[in-house]
Write a protein that binds this ligand. Structure first.
Ligand code: PLP
Length: 358
């Protein structure tokens, strides 16, 4: 089987080495030495002053919305994974969708302005497939209308924009370290708080509101990463350059072989160092997408419809139509892309697509 992605498993000896430390310390969670070590390594690698590791990549969205959402209206993108919308709803806020930019598949700033009401508190936008939103325009809107900006940067490990880590932007940025993501800790994530004055509150929010053992500074939840997850992260982290390079090669090869088929429309925003976390194709209509999907499935190749449905169509959502996002969600397929995808496997994928479209 050739799936859309395979989890990167580091040398087991390196994982054992880290797990041994757990057996020596006897500490499995509550910010043990491995979580602290992982956070320090990530800060260095990503050139960030502040981040906290979390138990997954959804809870940091919830924490950000708890801090800034105030149960108000959150302007958000319909083209993302369900977690982006679910977090808004779960926190008692109201998702207000605006459509995406045709070229970059990220939220359209012009449409954000039209959706602002007195109840709007935040913009929650996804850097989808690691492609940055129109950060400058969103920043300006946030300043003009006094809104907070939260970036769901779940796909963005290793992405740089304008010479800086993508996690440096927004009031808060979040990342997912789920096993399907480019850097992983099995389950895990991180929250990047870019307002030093909010650091303590974010810390409290992720740890039951503890302020010392017996005191509480406020409401909090359990969003802590375990030592076992941190051990996995520390074992994977040294291999990230290899992973990025391998994926770049695979993406270049897909582009070489598929570029004259008119289905590569995903465009990286200028000034971006992308991480090649996904390789989406956009077909001219649903029927062609289905035909390609079926032809691949017949050879046990499983691309994925990232992202379907357009999130404004979720059963618990009431929203206007989002024509660009809905149309894209009907027509897009992400191709297999992972470190161990072999040359012959990739050629098989390429040849099936070529044959189906010819
Ligand atoms: C994966 C993902 C999440 C959620 O991450 P988890 O670690 O699985 O909780 C959130 N947003 C987007 C866009 C994602 O792709």
């Amino acid at each position: 089987m050739i799936p859309v992605t395979k989890t990167y498993l580091p040398a087991i000896e390196r994982y054992h080495e880290k797990v041994n430390e757990i057996w020596h310390s006897g500490i499995l969670t509550n910010r043990g030495s491995l979580v602290v070590e992982l956070e320090a390594s990530l800060k260095k690698d990503l050139n960030q002053d502040h981040l906290l590791c979390t138990s997954n990549g959804t809870i940091p969205l919830q924490i950000a919305l708890k801090l800034y959402g105030k149960e108000g209206e959150i302007i958000t993108t319909p083209f993302s994974y369900v977690a982006t919308t679910a977090a808004i709803q779960w926190e008692g806020c109201k998702p207000v969708f605006v459509d995406i930019e045709r070229d970059y598949w990220t939220i359209d700033p012009q449409k954000i302005i039209k959706a602002i009401t007195p109840k709007t508190t935040c913009i929650l936008a996804t850097h989808v497939f690691g492609n940055p939103c129109d950060i400058e325009s969103i920043e300006k809107i946030a300043r003009d209308y006094n809104l907070r900006v939260i970036y769901d940067a779940a796909h963005c490990f290793g992405v740089n924009y304008n010479g800086k880590s993508i996690f440096s932007f927004g009031d808060i940025s979040t990342c997912s370290f789920h096993a399907t993501k480019i850097f992983h800790t099995a389950e895990g994530g991180a929250i990047f708080c870019n307002n030093p004055e909010d650091n303590d509150e974010v810390f409290g929010l992720h740890n039951f509101g503890h302020k010392g053992k017996l005191e509480y500074s406020g409401l909090g939840i359990n969003a802590k990463m375990s030592e076992l997850s941190a051990a996995m992260g520390l074992a994977v982290l040294p291999d990230m350059e290899l992973i990025f390079n391998k994926r770049k090669k695979l993406v270049d090869k897909y582009k070489t072989h598929l570029s004259n088929l008119n289905c590569i429309s995903f465009k990286t925003r200028p000034k971006t160092e992308i991480n090649n976390s996904y390789f989406p194709l956009e077909f001219p209509n649903q029927a062609v997408r289905e035909k390609v999907e079926k032809a691949l499935n017949a050879e046990n190749i499983i691309p994925r419809r990232y992202f379907f449905p357009s999130l404004n169509k979720l059963p618990y959502i009431k929203s206007e139509k989002m024509p660009i996002s809905e149309s894209l969600a009907d027509r897009v397929l992400c191709l297999p892309l992972y470190h161990s995808l072999s040359d012959s496997e990739q050629m098989l994928v390429i040849n099936i697509i070529k044959k189906t479209l010819s």
